[in-house]
Unconditional design. Structure first.
Length: 159
């Protein structure tokens, strides 16, 4: 068994090298997702599998004034510490001016005011989307000719 952490946008592996490629909660950082998926497919052996999980568009919805896994944190600073530990704190950290302490304090205060619970905790919601795919291989099942079905999907649940 080999495990390796690599930059998803520049996979340094030969073609048809892996039986399985997994990516857990990191693809949302990729700038060119199509290129990354192409590289993943290229590194898979025929009939190799890809498994992935990405954060969905409703993650941290509290930051967008909208009310899926909800975690209650003692305060916004513990939430920020957890996000930093997950590597999710600042996608453009190398660009521009860093966020000031005053801005963080103001953001934490606003977050607490808007979403704080009666017990003082603050919620953070994460929507996780799971992915699976296979590298092409002649042994894989092929779709039937269009219109060849003997039953309609409309019939499901109407028995």
């Amino acid at each position: 068994t080999t495990r390796l952490v690599a930059d998803e946008e520049f996979l340094p592996f030969p073609k048809e090298h892996f039986d399985l490629v997994m990516s857990s909660l990191s693809l949302h950082w990729v700038n060119d997702l199509q290129s990354t998926f192409d590289q993943i497919r290229d590194t898979l052996k025929p009939d190799g599998a890809f498994l992935g999980a990405v954060l969905g568009g409703d993650s941290l919805q509290e930051l967008r004034y909208v009310y899926y896994i909800q975690v209650d944190y003692p305060n916004a600073f513990v939430l920020m510490e957890h996000l930093r530990g997950m590597g999710e704190n600042h996608a453009v950290q190398s660009q521009g001016t860093p966020v000031t302490r005053e801005s963080l304090l103001a953001a934490a205060s606003i977050y607490q005011t808007m979403f704080g619970q009666p017990d003082g905790t603050v919620p953070a919601t994460f929507q996780v989307i799971y992915l699976i795919g296979w590298s092409p291989h002649e042994s894989q099942q092929k779709p039937l000719r269009r219109g060849s079905a003997q039953h309609s999907l409309k019939e499901l649940g109407h028995s």
